[in-house]
Design a binder for this molecule. Sequence first.
Ligand SMILES: [Mn+2]
Length: 473
Amino acid sequence: MRSVFSLLMFVLFAAPVLAGSPAAEYVARRAELARQIGPDGILILMSPPPSQRNGDVDWPYRQEDSLLYLTGLGDPETSLVLTPGDAERKESVFTRDSDPASEVWTGRIPTFAEVTALSGVKNVSSSSQLSGFVSSLLERHGGQQSLRDGKTVVWMILENRSFGGDVSAELKYVEQLRRSYPELQFRDAFPLLAAMRLVKSPAEIATVQHAIDVTVAAQKAAMQRVRTAQHEYEIQATIEYTFRNLGACCWAFPSIAASGRNTTTLHYETNNDVVVPGALMLTDIGAEVDGYSADVTRTYPQSGHFNTEQRAIYEAVLRAQSETIPKMKAGASMRDVHNAAVGILGEELLKLGLISQNKPEQVRMYFFHGLGHQLGLRTHDVGDYRGNLLKAGMIVTDEPGIYVRPTDVHASPTYLALTAAERAGIDAALVKYADIGVRIEDDILITDAAPRNLSGAAPRTVEEVERFMQASP
Ligand SMILES: [Mn+2]
């Protein structure tokens, strides 16, 4: 009985890693969304156009997250239309026709049958038919009065697609439809999809775990490489080599490989400086697998040994992480977990002399980002956990840090408001710990029982890091 169960679990968890989420899961997601938008709703999701790098070179294509979530289809020029009120045809995909002339240049275009097999959508047609299909749909709705009565609602992803003054294809399409059908109502489908995407299915968790496993291997390779590397980019090369070598498509965000004082820059990503002998190295990296992101940070000494000051800061951050991970339980508020981390960092910073009183505004001179974020199809995934309680199935990072930037501390209003004696005490500590930056980041699965650290296989404690680095060739 037990072995049958284990085997079943293996199949459930292993299959998506090998073949992407099965079509059944996409079918269920679309059915749930269709239920939410109701019979008067029409959902239209469009893939973004390829984005140009320069000349005739595009960036690698990335499908829009929610379209990927609902269909598994990664190709450009793909649209999904859901029509829950239609008796015969409730869902349709419009995508590229096969085109031998262009396939010579850009590779095979999946056949309509392949699109059906992957997504579970039976009606697949040419992308050239999308606009005619939507018009005939709206004419029909108009004939049934619901358009004129204002009941027909077109749902699209309108979320932040107009950033940068660049009006998205969606917004242009909305304007075009509005001109032809002034009575038509439009609504943003993003909040519905964001709510659905918060809690991850077993297949999604397995995919994220796969991305994390690749990222953990890259962290270990980086810890080995730092002993002999001359420049940060050599560490970056080792990391990204490992991603591809283990089958991940790419990074989910540009790799941060920071040495010495660069560890105190949160999103340092030029990675061109020398590796400072004996200094700390901070690598904040994430592989992407089947659209899902990992996000793991490790900080380790170039020499393989933490010196006294590095170790003191490291232990402070480690304590904040070790004591907050167990608090990431279903029903807990991430805001409370964040505040707990701030309190612990405050106790430690006080012991180190870097603050004069354990107050959040003083801690903020060294820890100035959130404790964590959701992880999924985006590295900073949908869902504002600040307003919501943690739920089983969410994956959330726990990433406290301390960044000692003396110039910034000296310029901070909090520091300037302190007494001369308090400032003198802090100044002495700043000299001691100047330019040390430590962040430790793990990916935590919220469960109904204890939280599970999905990235715990990367050496994390001082002892684990030193033992691993010293045992390395
Ligand atoms: Mn992160």
